[in-house]
Design a protein around this ligand. Structure first.
Ligand SMILES: C[S@@+](CC[C@H](N)C(=O)[O-])C[C@H]1O[C@@H](n2cnc3c(N)ncnc32)[C@H](O)[C@@H]1O
Length: 274
């Protein structure tokens, strides 16, 4: 296990379970975990496939337990996995945390479509908190337009003086964000990179500036990149040095990203931080 970074942003090259054991219990404000899904993806030569489904789930239960321990009493946890495994995560976690939302990240898929069944167009995300009476949720930072399909604004006649309904709302539990594809500015060479927009919503809603955000399966380190951009601290872990190198470059770019095109030519940053 190797650790890079500085006091605010720690990058750990190594196994998530081992790294998690070294992080103090009750120290993290927000965890976003996007593990391998056990569906055979190739992570830099490392096959995402366990011998049996039980092997996969037992491995997941070990790191899920660790994540619960690392969360502060006011902490929030977002976790993803494949649609077929999410029911197991849900049943396991509801005994340990409060599951507040079962989110669907929906996207249009231009890839090869299923012909004899209904192709998968979404990935599930659980949003859980330790204490349902005391957790961060920055409503005003994630408001979206409330579309009414009506030309005129809707009026709430239940009010003593009828008023126009607010045109902003907290997003519902179906989130539409484009998948990261080759040629998009944010694209990195990784099979399951998550979009910046998805992490922006999660980090803005469930953490404050200066909070500690952790991602035990960082991949292209989207979580740490966004955390840095939003003034949060971060810990990111991944098993593959190729992906850690992406992060070392991405974190240095974070401040320059906003409003600019991330061009390939500027990808010549040092791969080491003090
Ligand atoms: C689904 S991807 C995460 C993608 C990431 N959310 C992003 O936006 O790029 C899962 C990642 O977990 C890493 N991984 C697999 N097994 C691991 C382990 N035991 N410990 C740490 N990382 C691991 C893989 O290398 C892969 O990059």
């Amino acid at each position: 296990m190797e650790i890079f970074g500085n006091k605010k942003h720690q990058i750990i090259l190594g196994d998530a379970l081992e790294a998690l054991r070294n992080i103090p219990d009750g120290s993290v404000d927000l965890i976003f975990a996007d593990p391998p899904y056990n569906i055979g993806k190739n992570f830099n030569g490392h096959k995402d496939k366990w011998a049996t489904e039980d092997d996969y789930l037992n491995w997941c239960y070990s790191w899920l337990d660790q994540c619960v321990k690392k969360l502060k009493p006011t902490g929030s946890f977002y976790v993803m996995t494949a649609t077929q495994f999410m029911p197991f995560f849900d049943i396991y976690l509801r005994k340990k945390l409060n599951i507040l939302s079962r989110l669907v990240w929906y996207y249009d898929s231009s890839g090869v479509q299923a012909k004899k069944y209904y192709g998968s167009m979404y990935e599930p995300i659980l949003f859980c908190v330790k204490d349902k009476n005391n957790y961060t949720f920055n409503t005003n930072d994630i408001l979206v337009e409330a579309k009414t399909c009506s030309k005129r604004k809707l009026i709430d006649y239940r009010k003593s003086i009828p008023t126009v309904y607010s045109s902003d709302k907290v997003p519902g539990n179906v989130w539409e964000f484009a998948r990261v594809r080759y040629r998009m500015d944010e694209y990195e060479n990784h099979p399951t990179q998550k979009p910046i927009a998805l992490l922006e919503r999660i980090i803005k809603a469930s953490s404050n500036e200066g909070d500690l955000v952790m991602d035990p399966f960082s991949g292209t380190f989207t979580t740490c990149f966004v955390a840095k951009e939003l003034g949060r601290n971060s810990i990111g872990i991944d098993l593959q040095d190729e992906y850690v190198k992406i992060d070392l470059r991405r974190l240095q770019l974070a401040n320059e990203f906003r409003g600019k095109k991330l061009r390939k030519e500027i990808r010549t940053f040092e791969t080491e931080i003090k």
